[in-house]
Design a protein around this ligand. Structure first.
Ligand SMILES: NC(=O)c1ccc[n+]([C@@H]2O[C@H](COP(=O)([O-])OP(=O)(O)OC[C@H]3O[C@@H](n4cnc5c(N)ncnc54)[C@H](O)[C@@H]3O)[C@@H](O)[C@H]2O)c1
Length: 417
């Protein structure tokens, strides 16, 4: 312990604070003292500089620090199909990105690709966590300084939602509530929410506008609609900037071939039409099953609006850019053009170069004849228009990735058909 009442006349020889030959009472030695203090200050500054260069020092704090000009976006579900493409685009546009994913459906391989492309400290971090765990979510918000959230994480298969509805309400509706509570508690005031055209159900009139009544017919659409309602109610009492994007049928992948769509094999039966097309072309399934040829459409098959993932993530970046406090924007994200299943199958055959076998079956209960968007609101307000509207081209891009990654992100090998 240091003595408290030490008089100036006391010897300082044993003091840990004294330097040899230094005596504070001697005014002639002041210049030497100053020089030594300057030396100490320089050495201290040098040590701090060296420490700051080490990753252990700069890593976590960069994500906790707010910096002018560096917008930090939390991308939930960023290991999944759309979330990974969105993270890639944000990183390319110099955003700071934190991905939170429980890898229940996504791929660590997609994260590895992103980390390989953006290895610099403070650009990208991945946090393995479940959004259903409110304590973990709160900790993530406490340990990071987010400016905005893009909330993609969800289970997202209509068929599965009818078999396991509670899982859907939990994962989509309850987790969105948890996320909103954390945003509110930690002062994060911008939310871009992934919604879906499934919230509209079976509208009588086409095309679908944002004013079309939302009458969802399956648990997936209902869970998303409930999440939208929670967000809208909360936004009335807060200054949060909210953008709700209702996507139509998402296809395609990164034109530079770095990312793709790689759903879990066990989800194949619930899968989407593009996945089925590639699985058939790869010989993983015997062929395509087209359900319903007697719909009141041009060729009797169902009509859908296919939106390329590159256009979709562009809509997110534009929405983030235009998001304003206390304002809510709701937008359909589609091409505005419907394509029949027969057209899709033709494009699939051309894109893959494989004469995929097609079996025509009777209608599947619950499928509706025609669904396509009116995208004029997003065209006008966000200055967004779909650019990748050639179905065959979008499928060709996606097919290149599928062919190079027959086991999803698990393999980089190329197979020849
Ligand atoms: N793909 C489409 O055609 C389409 C259409 C309309 C809307 N959407 C919406 O877009 C979003 C992304 O869909 P996708 O096609 O990329 O799906 P996806 O399954 O590829 O990605 C979802 C990601 O969320 C993660 N996730 C799920 N539950 C989570 C949880 N509790 N905690 C943390 N992470 C969790 C998964 O692991 C996965 O990485 C979803 O909200 C979906 O409803 C998709």
């Amino acid at each position: 312990m240091l003595p408290i009442n030490r008089s100036r006349s006391q010897s300082r020889a044993g003091s840990p604070w004294s330097f040899p030959g230094m005596d504070y009472s001697d005014s002639r030695r002041k210049p030497q003292v100053v020089a030594k203090l300057v030396m100490v200050a320089i050495l201290t500054a040098f040590c701090i500089f060296i420490l700051k260069q080490s990753p252990a020092f700069s890593g976590p704090s960069l994500f906790l620090r707010r910096e002018v000009g560096a917008t930090h976006v939390l991308v939930t579900g960023g290991a999944g199909y759309i979330g990974s493409h969105a993270a890639l685009r944000l990183l390319k546009d110099s955003y700071r990105v934190t991905i939170v994913d429980n890898l229940s459906r996504g791929n660590i391989g997609a994260i590895k690709v992103l980390e390989g492309l953006f290895p610099e400290p403070g650009r990208l971090q991945f946090i393995y966590a479940d959004l259903g765990d409110a304590r973990a979510v709160n900790r993530i918000f406490a340990e990071n300084a987010f400016d905005a959230v893009m909330h993609f994480a969800a289970v997202a298969y209509v068929g599965e939602s009818t078999l396991d509805p509670l899982r859907y309400y939990h994962n989509i509706t309850a987790n969105t509530l948890t996320l909103l509570e954390a945003m509110s508690a930690h002062g994060v005031k911008t939310l871009i929410y992934s919604s879906t055209c499934a919230t509209y159900g079976e509208p009588e009139k086409m095309p679908i506008t944002e004013g079309t009544p939302q009458l969802p017919i399956n648990p997936y659409g209902k869970a998303k609609k409930m999440a939208e309602d929670i967000i809208l109610d909360f936004s009335k009492k807060s200054d949060m900037a909210v953008m709700i994007l209702r996507y139509f049928n998402v296809i395609g992948s990164d034109p530079e071939g770095r990312l793709g769509e790689a759903p879990r094999p066990e989800l194949r039966e619930h899968g989407r039409i593009s996945g089925a097309c590639f699985d058939a072309a790869l010989g993983i399934i015997p062929g395509l099953k087209v359900r319903g040829t007697d719909y009141p459409t041009n060729d009797g098959t169902c009509i859908r609006d296919y939106i390329d993932v590159t256009d979709l993530v562009d809509a997110h970046v534009k929405a983030l850019d235009k998001a304003r406090p206390s304002k809510v924007g709701i937008y359909n994200v589609g091409t505005g053009k419907g394509r029949s299943v027969k057209e899709f199958v033709k494009a699939c055959k051309k894109a893959t170069g494989v004469e995929v076998k097609v079996e025509y079956l009777s209608r599947r209960p619950g499928d509706y004849a025609e669904v396509y968007s009116d995208p004029s609101k997003i065209n006008q307000e966000l200055n967004w228009t779909a650019q990748y509207i050639n179905l065959q081209e979008s499928l060709s891009v996606a097919w290149r990735w599928q062919k190079a990654h027959p086991n999803g992100y698990g393999s980089q090998s190329v197979i020849t058909l």
